[in-house]
Design a protein around this ligand. Sequence first.
Ligand code: ATP
Length: 925
Amino acid sequence: MREMARFSCQVKLITKMDTSIVDSSTLVPGDIVDLTDPPLSIFPCDIILLTGDAIVNESMLTGESVPISKGPIKGEDLTRWRQTGEVSSEIAKSMLYSGTKVVRIRGPAHGFVDAPAMGYVVRTGFNTTKGALVRSMLFPKPIGFKFYRDSMRFIGVLAGIAILGFMVSAVQFVRLGVPWHTIVLRALDLITVVVPPALPATLSIGTSFAISRLRALGIFCISPTRVNVGGKVNVVCFDKTGTLTEDGLDILGVCALERDGQRFREIAEDVLDIPQSSDKANILHAMATCHSLKVVDGDVLGDPLDVKMWNFTQWTIEENTTIVPIKKGANAEGTSQQTAPLVQNIVRPPGTRRFTLDDALKGDKHAHFLELGVIRTFEFVSGLRRMTVITKRLKSKSMEVYLKGAPEILADVCEPGSFPADYDDLLSYYTRNGYRVIGLAGKSVDGLSWLKAQRLKREQVESGLRFLGLLIFENKLKPGTTPAIATLRQASLGCRMVTGDNPRTAVSVARECKLINSTAFVFYPSFTEGDATNPRAILEWRGVDDESLRLDPYSLRPLPPPPHVVDEERIYKDYDLAITGEIFRWMIDYAPLETLQQMLYKTHVFARMSPDEKHELVERLQSIGYTVGFCGDGANDCGALKAADVGISLSEAEASIAAPFTSKTPDIGCVIEVIREGRAALVTSFSCFKYMALYSLIQFTTITFLYSFASSLGDFQFLYIDLFIIIPIAVAMGRTLPYDRIHTARPTSSLVSRKVLSSIIGQIIITSAAQAWVFFWVRTQPWYKLPLPPKPGEGLETNNYENTVLFLVSCFQYILVAAVFSIGPPYRKPMWTNGWLVASMVILSMFSAWVLLTPSISVALILNLMSLPWSARLALAVVVVINVTASFAFENWLVESIATTVKVLMRASGRRRRREGRIYEAVGR
Ligand SMILES: Nc1ncnc2c1ncn2[C@@H]1O[C@H](COP(=O)(O)OP(=O)(O)OP(=O)(O)O)[C@@H](O)[C@H]1O
């Protein structure tokens, strides 16, 4: 992250007087820089492009590695930016964002001279878009995760115990005449014993190991706190295209119109089967020009859908570099003209050659040259679901407009009479069968000049079009999709599809990947009265496969089916809802709360969702108590990826800041890994927390016994316990691997649950009882000698029998509780599979046994141990064995029953535990 945040490079700064090479960290807003010399690979700050053009890869910000083209800013847009500082969609087309990669950047070519591409620095450091994201990573918005809240409370309780212990000890110390400075020193000791400073570090050990294991699987995490949250995810939303299905979908064919335009022709599976048309605006030309492809070093780059469509035509493409002025006028320091390429791309049919000067000199004989130039492109916008180009054929007097987009939006931009009679039937046939359908439309505009074409507004261009045909793409599932969905569903994790695609296609794909059962009844709403803008509109929910089936519009439960439905029982049990973005928004705004909640609970397919609606859906699912994971691949998923509790971006970028997790493995199997690791990390954090809490309480008990007669543990004893026992064990505890399968229930994130508290309290009682026994037992022994009284002005006495027996027994207790709290299945592999933990426990136990039974004199001296008779050593060993047996027996057989008894008692006394915010449980009942 540091590397990413502190990126700097050499840039050429242009001033009025001269140019100089400077480090990018010295740039300030207002500087003008040359972007071509020295060539940049990554932009060091937010820069507005003044001259030239660029192709960039913004995957670092958006997760999507489709090349994006940037052009020089218009004068009025620059003025608007200076006044408002807002990045409108127009300004974004000229904004080169800090941290994004340069695919190509070049200056405007005026004749034979290559001028530099110049940029205007507008934001640097933390003020850039990347900076804002880095800031949000450094200071993440606090996530209200129960585990973190509970751990704070728990630390508060421990601090309370420390203060209480200190007050009791202080009274005792004063009674015994211990000097004030020793009392203060020991008070601080007590606080660090009870609230160990290593606690936060040990809590993050499990998370760190989980992150490194995920990295080995190609999953990068930039927000460690989200790892534990991953363990609590109970519903996962998936984007469809590029996430569940392959990105570069093959074209099944093209459905063009018959010559009379009244019906569709047979689907053309080869470009040669597409009918020749004498119309100026025809479907083949639409496919050849209506895309945002870029040619970089001979490679055609762009949206996979565009690439497939383009490859289907078999035409050739060439990028044009001639830049011409649009109008005069100052637009920024250093430039005085607004420019645009004369033609963006030139496309030709296969086998034809470029039109040259010689051909032009031959007069009219060049009519056979077919060359289409793209004059202007209105890029694809997810919210609009379409893109448009204005093209010009060589020597033609007219210009042609081609639009490509979702079939649903064609009705808004095409003339109603241009649709064939079988439009709905064909569309429904392909979408029902799970194909991705894209519509094509076009029109020819006579007498449109180049300059006028540059000034036209998008709405003007995208109107009065004629429907040309449909492109049918296959919707191939990625190989990992179905098994991953099956794994998640078996683990009782909810799966939702959230897509920009057509609802029927989405339902079909959802059935194919078993996100919804293939036999489930699916209901889909439509307005019977009013529309999405009308609060009083009325919705009707009909069966997707059988329109006679209906849902009750309020409760969204099936109404009694008509008599022909044989399997009547199943309709009540196994039904799902599918909804579109438009109706989703209407329901959010106007539907009764109960209906809305039922819709959120029951809907598995959300189709035609805009980026904002995807984001809103995540928030709404969270509002009914779900912990939401979102897995997506595109820029249109950015908002949802950020809003989700756990966002996983499938991206080629190494750690995109679009989401806390970025997976280089291109299928949704990464979701399973994140959940498995998250659960294991959560359980590890729990184990470590419980272990650290118990370790401090065991030490607290020892010290409290010793303080009672003005004694304490010696410095080396403290050192040995903290450094040689606790640290290796706590670190090794975090290395236990996650369990192979995902269990149907999530691990608890509540530290104050009955089970956790019963376990901690029970273990405290057992270990304290063992310590109390040895403490009083040693005093009854014939060889026991009273400790020396504290010497005035000196610290506490540490050489005494009580100290020795308590130290020897407690050393085993620190190891023992690690074994007791190392919970294995169902979230982690069994403790014995963790070689580091087993090795450290065996070595430490053997060493402790040696120190107990036959220590060497030097070790006894270092650890302040008194010499004990052999029988006493054996007696202590027996206490240790009893303690171990009691602790394991309690943990394995009693904790569960105590927790259940407490639950029953609480119920009997009328106190019922409220499950915070889990509205979905009530909705699902
Ligand atoms: N390059 C494109 N040109 C024109 N229209 C497109 C293009 N890509 C997608 N569309 C249309 O716009 C719709 C919305 O696209 P969007 O990218 O938001 O979602 P999606 O790709 O369909 O699905 P998902 O949200 O699952 O990735 C698509 O369903 C398609 O009809």
